[in-house]
Ligand binder design. Structure first.
Ligand SMILES: Cc1cc2nc3c(=O)[nH]c(=O)nc-3n(C[C@H](O)[C@H](O)[C@H](O)COP(=O)(O)OP(=O)(O)OC[C@H]3O[C@@H](n4cnc5c(N)ncnc54)[C@H](O)[C@@H]3O)c2cc1C
Length: 461
């Protein structure tokens, strides 16, 4: 950015309706901060877009002055690619419109929306689409990487529900993509991350959900993990698509339904949602209670929007985070034993092991149907290193890396690009697997100079 003159920036402002922030400006520090406090970068310029036309202007300005760009949606990505040093940060977080057409069961969503923004608008009509499990996550980054959550077994990955998108490409043109318009780009957007352009609008298919759903938690002591996870592995293989159950191992937060002497102790938690008639769900979840002798449970019929926020207090922005993740097609005995060892050595009260369950509808799409290809991933096994002080960086990062390495023999192919950290650029080709070579061809066509490279980068060569 050093080469930019004040005159250049003034000229940019003339054609840009949003606001422009420079280091030292009020708000600059707030906007450059993202969810993961490990990332502390200082863009030379922040363009806070308010419309697709602003995005076009920002792209053209960056091209003219040969600037590196980063794109910020919800700012949640663990790798921190939303922000870069000395670059132009294209901030979309002010573009928060959601339009719902309840009759057609469709929603058009701007790229600054969080999951909470989306759910709030669609749930007014008792509708939803599969998104993630932490409501402050951005819809844009989540969707572009694939996207999965409580509803995915019934309704597929988030990308399986994407109907069209408006994109600003690397040459600054505005393009509409769908199954019938620029379909190659549409194929690449559905999993290809931010590699092919800046999405200014997403159109999603919606489904009837709730507005109240059976959901909640059952908490078991850590010493019952073998029994709980062995039965969890069997149960999740055959459960109906409407039901989703995830497992989390961590130190127990001070949840009011747990006895005080359990707070801070290692536990294994089953978290569940039933996307159907709650009475039917009650019958189906009964066996889960028999997986062990629970410390306590909190299960009930509650608003879907409330359940979508249930994990927010544990996943607030501002902590230091380092994650590692494997795809698993099955949860084998070896994997369970490694998970038990890992949970016995949690290096901070906030570190956790997450087993996110997919399968169902996510597995019924061909691996080549779109850029996201991990259709055999029935689970995502995540080691979430999370802590407060930089003094603990080494210890907590080592814990995540160690158990990532130990559990590698039990992993299946591919990886979820939305869970890759900044030091995993060498896993991008592996993450995509079967679709990677086609993605490289697409990158050559739509972004031959690798203008969009602050991402899990698909290089055009
Ligand atoms: C606490 C937590 C919980 C999570 N839970 C889930 C989950 O349940 N399910 C799941 O699938 N994922 C989950 N994720 C991963 C999440 O999907 C990614 O972090 C995702 O990248 C977040 O999107 P964002 O818009 O907030 O990110 P940002 O950091 O703003 O963006 C990430 C990257 O996406 C690209 N990008 C963003 N917006 C655009 C755009 N409009 N056009 C083009 N490129 C763009 C850019 O390359 C950018 O660097 C979780 C992450 C966290 C930290």
């Amino acid at each position: 950015m050093k080469q930019l003159q004040k005159a250049n920036i003034d000229e940019f402002k003339v054609h840009f309706r949003g606001s422009v922030l420079l280091p030292g400006d009020a708000g600059y520090n707030e906007v450059r901060q993202i969810w993961n406090a490990m990332i502390d970068r200082r863009p030379g310029l922040i363009a806070r877009c308010t419309s697709p036309e602003d995005v076009v202007q920002a792209v053209r300005f960056a091209r003219k002055h040969n600037l590196l760009v980063s794109i910020r949606g919800g700012g949640h990505n663990i790798a921190g690619n939303a922000v870069c040093d000395d670059c132009l940060m294209i901030d979309l977080s002010l573009m928060k419109g959601v339009k719902v057409d309840p009759k057609a069961r469709r929603a058009t969503v701007e790229p600054g929306c969080t999951l909470a923004d989306f759910d709030m608008a669609t749930q007014v009509h008792g509708l939803a689409t599969p998104l993630g499990i932490n409501s402050t996550t951005g819809v844009a980054g989540l969707t572009l990487g694939g996207g999965f959550g409580w509803l995915s077994r019934k309704y597929g990955m988030t990308v399986d529900n994407l109907l069209s998108a408006e994109v600003v490409t690397a040459d600054g043109s505005q393009v509409r993509t769908s199954a019938t318009e620029n379909d190659d780009l549409f194929w690449g957007l559905r999993g290809g991350g931010g590699n092919f352009g800046i999405v200014t609008s997403f159109e999603f298919k919606l489904h009837p959900v709730g507005p109240n759903v059976l959901s909640g938690l059952i908490v078991f002591p850590l010493d019952q993990t073998k029994s709980v996870l062995t039965q969890f592995a069997r149960f999740t293989k055959t459960m109906p698509d409407e039901l989703n159950v995830w497992a989390i191992l961590r130190k127990a937060p001070p949840l009011p339904f747990l006895p005080a002497n359990v707070h801070g102790k290692e536990v294994v938690v089953l978290a569940l949602l039933y996307a159907g008639d709650p009475a039917e769900g009650e019958k189906l979840i009964k066996p889960l209670r028999g997986f062990g002798t629970a410390h306590g449970e909190y299960i009930g019929v509650q608003p879907y929007t409330a359940w979508q926020k249930a994990f927010d207090p544990l996943l607030t922005p501002g902590a230091r985070n380092y994650w590692k993740s494997h795809n698993l097609s099955q949860l084998s005995e070896g994997a369970i034993d490694t998970i038990i060892e890992c949970a016995g050595t949690l290096p901070s009260p906030q570190c956790e092991i997450f087993i996110g369950t997919m399968g169902g509808q996510t597995a019924r799409v061909s691996a080549e149907a779109m850029a996201y290809s991990s259709r055999d991933a029935n689970y995502a096994l995540n080691f979430h290193g999370r802590w407060e002080s930089a003094n603990d960086d080494e210890r907590c990062i080592a814990w995540a890396r160690n158990f990532f390495a130990k559990s590698r023999p039990f992993a299946s192919s591919g990886a979820y690009i939305n869970f890759l950290t900044q030091d995993e650029t060498d896993r991008v080709a592996f993450a995509y697997g079967a679709t990677y070579s086609r993605l490289v061809e697409l990158k050559k066509k739509y972004d031959p100079t690798n203008f969009f490279r602050m991402n899990q980068n698909i290089k055009p060569t």
